[in-house]
Design a protein around this ligand. Structure first.
Ligand SMILES: Nc1ncnc2c1ncn2[C@@H]1O[C@H](COP(=O)(O)OP(=O)(O)OP(=O)(O)O)[C@@H](O)[C@H]1O
Ligand SMILES: [Mg+2]
Length: 236
């Protein structure tokens, strides 16, 4: 059974329909990439799954439970956590407080402290910066914090929106290493990326999205080999 099952999903903003009936699945311990041009609806897809944008039609289920109309905090509690596009760090809160915010649905203080320590092990720079205001971190540090904050919800499914955007290659490699490691530990990951080649090399399966529709869906290796994907998204 799929962990996440999105069927015929429609969503948009005011009079504009952005998602025109998309369907996708993420299986347990699977890395799935969504690639597509600017404005295709990738962020809207993740935001609708995490409850920030309302579905207008279609359904989203997680572990067999219908979450289409569930409130965002309930979706986090069920195990879907998101690192949003643009990171959305709380600029005035310290690094440690930002991490605590990621655990807002939890009340197990000892577990939360333990998970903060684990975040510091994964991203040692965050430990060094733990008392510094989030808004004063570099872009790469903010991206690590955004991922670490999402992990504080102990996700079964991690949604990552453009984790590589604007970062130096070294930091991108670090973040992709962490994604691979989380997946090896059993976490499912739905990854939206402009860096299509890297995303498809990391992912097991991928979807191509064009103007609110899924136009291709296949194993990632096959998408990498596909002439249309190469021309449109891999610059070949
Ligand atoms: N809050 C909003 N209000 C109105 N329209 C929006 C809003 N957010 C996104 N849109 C529109 O929805 C469409 C899809 O946007 P979305 O952010 O989902 O695309 P994307 O695939 O993530 O693009 P990018 O690669 O640039 O991040 C775009 O035409 C965008 O202008
Ligand atoms: Mg986007």
């Amino acid at each position: 059974m799929s962990l996440l099952n999105v069927e015929n999903l429609h969503a948009g903003y005011g009079p504009i329909e952005v998602l025109k009936g998309i369907s996708l699945k993420v299986g347990p311990a699977e890395i799935v990439a969504i690639i597509g041009a600017n404005g295709a609806g990738k962020t809207t897809t993740l935001m609708t799954i995490s409850g920030g944008v309302r579905a207008r039609a279609g359904s989203i289920s997680f572990e067999g439970r219908d979450i289409t109309q569930a409130p965002a905090h309930e979706i986090v509690r069920l195990g879907i956590c998101q690192s949003p596009e643009g990171r959305k760090i709380f600029p005035r809160l310290s690094v440690r407080e930002n991490l605590e915010m990621g655990a807002f649905t939890r009340s197990d203080q000892a577990g939360i402290r333990q998970d903060i320590e684990q975040a510091f092990q994964r991203f040692p720079i965050l430990q060094q910066r733990q008392s510094q205001a989030g808004g004063t971190l570099s872009g790469g540090e903010q991206q690590m914090l955004a991922v670490a904050r999402a992990l504080m919800g102990r996700p079964k499914l991690l949604l990552l929106d453009e984790p590589s955007l604007g970062l130096a290659p070294m930091i991108v490699l670090k973040i992709f290493d962490v994604i691979r490691e989380l997946n090896r530990e059993g976490m499912a990951i739905l990854l939206v990326e402009q860096a299509a080649r890297m995303a498809l090399k990391l992912a097991h399966r991928g979807y191509v999205m064009e103007t609110g529709e899924i136009t291709m869906s296949d194993e990632a290796a096959r998408l990498l080999d596909d002439r249309r994907v190469q021309e449109a998204y891999l610059g070949e």
